[in-house]
Design a protein around this ligand. Structure first.
Ligand code: HEM
Length: 571
């Protein structure tokens, strides 16, 4: 009998291909969800059970990453692994939670590794990645040295009057609330001190970034947007974060364009305004704002490079000075609306505009410039506000510490309780100890990351340095959960014990060459704020805030519902 092979029909071939495709898709999905490769690579490191796909996220959301890491250290030792993000792949981290190991890693490894899934796209992503915080290797060195003059002692001294003025404005408002309460006014004088301090630090850092007359950017109605900016995984709708980023981006780009136009002598005003409007329109339409400004060969081109930058840093400085001279009223600290496009002398943006690579003479591109200004504001605003709010909470719950701080403030500022000056800062020793102890208990940046190139931890798996766990280690900090500012006083019996045994045990600002560049700025601002507030007022804590609930899902450590207090006038 003759056997004739049957030719499969087209439908059968299609059905087989479909089944194969489906099977392959399920397999790939399973591999991504279970992530067996990374699990195998990290098998030698202990750690909590990680659910498929969800990893340890439910635990982290329930108790907060800081508390989760502390709990894991107790259970698994100083180094453990965890799957900390919902993102597929790259969601594993190795956590270091021992003070000495963190010091070694923090000093040795330079580059930060971001572990959160970035929701940013296009120009926003570019801006995010070009910031000093995210920069790596040679570009990081270039940008870090461009930033450095902003934190030199002369610059810090220059910020002092602005910091004092902002703190005094806040003290005035708090006095009004205290009087309100005495007079039985609405709300009985209750204030969310965390929000109030956020307004103050935003004003300080925002006006330093753009120049004093840019305070319009810091309108109260924008503040809720700004606070959203600080979170890579936003608690609030993503669109609000985008709106806030857009506001910042547009303002900054407009200033940069204006600066370039000034460098370009003879450019007419109309064209300049047109450029600014084009940028704003692009943002509204969702286009890339760096690419819409009509290029005429002299402005920033499509590659975003500074085409019209002055030939030398001194020329740039002169240009900034010229801009300043054309707007003298604003430079003197008035809140009058700034002339469009003027970059103010002494502003952080002015400094960035005049920065040049020593070897090539090249300046920063527009997105790189914007990135620095944004991170200056973001890194300097929420961290300092959180730390100050925690300090106010600690003082309100420890009357003996509050009394000692007030006694110091009174003795330093004299009988008429004048405003603090630069000469007073080194004498506010206990005030500084209070701030340091508040940041030990509640480090606003409770964990940091480092990129690993070695092979004990597989490349690509970031190291997380658990600052909070280190700050709560009873082997390093006796009675770690208690607020004891005296630990930071050289004459305290606790001080030599801690300081001698473990160098760099107190690390709210990180480690080594990658340490927070703004730490002196933050410390100066905090001491001025505390002295200015407590010279006139005390703050009584509203009930129900001990222990203080913390926001669990945030990258920065912050009070979940704020810090609610009643300002009380001191006699
Ligand atoms: C209490 C306030 C602050 C705290 C707790 C804080 C904390 C930190 C920490 C932990 C780091 C990472 C360090 C590391 O990886 O070793 C950091 C980096 C940084 N901080 Fe701060 N910071 C504060 C205020 C500020 C201020 C006021 C500014 C600027 C105005 C600022 C700008 C930055 C920048 C740009 C970086 C990245 C530096 C680099 O990677 O080279 N910070 N900060």
């Amino acid at each position: 009998m003759l056997l004739i092979p049957q030719v499969p029909s087209a439908a059968a071939i299609l059905w087989a291909a479909l089944r194969f495709g489906l099977l392959a898709a399920v397999l790939v999905e399973l591999i991504l969800i279970l992530d067996p490769v990374t699990r195998w690579k990290l098998r030698h490191i202990p750690g909590p059970f990680a659910l498929p796909l969800l990893g340890c996220v439910p635990d982290i959301l329930r108790q907060g990453a800081h508390a989760f890491f502390l709990q894991c250290r107790k259970k698994y030792g100083p180094v453990f692994k965890a799957r900390t993000a919902l993102a597929l792949g790259r969601s594993w981290v190795v956590v270091v939670a021992d003070t000495e190991l963190m010091r070694q890693v923090g000093f040795k490894l330079r580059n930060h590794e971001m572990t959160e899934p970035s929701l940013m796209r296009g120009v926003f992503k570019e801006v995010e990645e070009a910031s000093l915080f995210r920069a790596a290797d040679d570009f990081w060195r270039l940008v870090r040295s461009a930033w450095q003059p902003a934190f030199a002692s002369t610059s810090l001294a220059g910020y002092l009057p602005r910091m004092t003025a902002c703190a005094e404005q806040l003290a005035d408002r708090m006095e009004d609330r205290a009087r309100d309460a005495d007079g039985g006014g609405d709300g009985g004088g209750r204030v969310n001190m965390w929000r109030e301090l956020g307004g103050m630090t935003l004003q300080v850092v925002g006006s330093t970034a753009y120049g004093y007359s840019r305070l319009a950017l810091l309108l109260p109605e924008l503040r809720p947007l700004w606070s959203v900016l600080a979170h890579a995984l936003p608690d609030e709708p993503f669109t609000r974060m985008l709106q806030a980023r857009t506001t910042l981006l547009t303002a900054c780009l407009e200033l940069i364009r204006g600066w370039k136009d000034r460098a370009e002598r003879g450019s007419d005003r109309k064209a300049r305004r047109g450029a600014a409007e084009a940028v704003a329109a692009a943002v509204v339409n969702g286009d890339d704002p760096t690419r819409v400004v009509p290029t005429d060969g002299s402005r920033g081109g499509p590659d975003g490079a500074i085409a019209a930058a002055p030939a030398s840093p001194s020329a740039a400085a002169a240009d900034v000075a010229a801009a300043e001279a054309s707007a003298p009223a604003q430079a003197n600290g008035g809140d009058a609306p700034a002339k469009p496009h003027a970059v103010e002398a002494g502003s952080f943006l002015g400094l960035m505009l005049s920065a040049r690579d020593k070897a090539t003479g090249q300046g920063l591109s527009d997105p790189q410039l914007v990135a620095q200004v944004q991170i200056f504001i973001l890194a300097g605003y929420e961290t300092t506000a959180n730390a100050l709010a925690f300090a106010v909470h600690c003082l309100a719950t420890h009357p003996e510490a509050e009394a000692r701080l007030i006694a110091e403030v009174d003795s330093v500022l004299g009988p008429d309780r004048r405003l603090p000056t630069a000469a007073d800062l080194p004498r506010l020793v206990y005030t500084e100890a209070v701030f340091n102890e508040a940041m030990r208990l509640y480090p606003p940046a409770h964990a940091m990351t480092r990129r690993v190139g070695g092979c004990k931890v597989p490349p690509g798996v970031p190291l997380v340095l658990a600052i909070y766990a280190g700050h709560h280690d009873p082997r390093v900090w006796p009675r770690p959960e208690e607020f004891i500012p005296e630990r930071f006083l050289p004459d305290s019996p606790l001080h030599p014990e801690v300081a001698a045994r473990v160098p760099n045990a107190h690390t709210p600002f990180g480690w080594g060459s990658r340490m927070c560049i703004g730490w002196k700025f933050a410390l100066q601002e905090a001491k001025i704020a505390l002295a200015t507030l407590y010279r006139r007022l005390r703050f009584e804590l509203e009930p129900g805030q001990v222990p203080l609930p913390l926001r669990p899902s945030s990258l920065t450590m912050a009070p979940r519902d704020g810090v609610w207090v009643r300002p009380v006038m001191r006699c």
